[in-house]
Design a protein around this ligand. Sequence first.
Ligand code: NAD
Length: 183
Amino acid sequence: MKKILITGGLGFIGSHTTIKLLAKNYDIVLLDNLSNSRIEMIKKISLLAKKDFKFFNGDIRDRSFLRKIFLKNKIDSVIHFAGLKQVSHSMKYPLEYFENNVTGSINLFQEMSLAGVKSIIFSSSASVYGDTKLVRCTENAPLKPVSVYGKTKLIVENILRDIYSSDPNWKIINLRYFNPIGA
Ligand code: NAD
């Protein structure tokens, strides 16, 4: 079965995604720096999925950490959730957001490239549309992020677009969701 690296895998969406993928028998490798999650999540995910997975505690801004993961594991594709996500916080601490979300993502893509891993789903956000007045927002709606958070997401989307232009062997999905919690 395919081996998937999930960045930010102990977080809210990453942990749910992991449980679903384990149920489908994917081989899962998680990484997380625990900046917005707890180590106990490992046990909880295993308990719910009734399966184990590998976990690496570290940061996507650390290239040597990423390199070790790709060397030790034959990763087929990546789902990239790791990042900071608070809109108001991003306006107060823009550099923190650009460093974590943009620099961290560039590191990840560079290490993927070195390892020959060219398949990724990037967890973008509907915040790339900004304050749209459209009632139905389609993928073709103008991209005008207002917050620093939204800007970091659009920058990473554009980086991925350029990576694809340079090498169409890459398989890339920019997933822009609104709020993942249903009523
Ligand atoms: P979350 O904070 O629960 O999960 C993110 C995880 O990434 C956390 O466990 C955190 O510890 C980890 N992390 C953060 N920076 C890291 C780094 N530099 N290195 C390694 N790990 C790091 O957030 P979430 O709600 O699960 O969202 C996941 C992704 O989806 C984020 O990128 C977020 O921007 C995006 N998103 C979320 C929503 C939402 O409503 N929750 C909506 C749209 C997009």
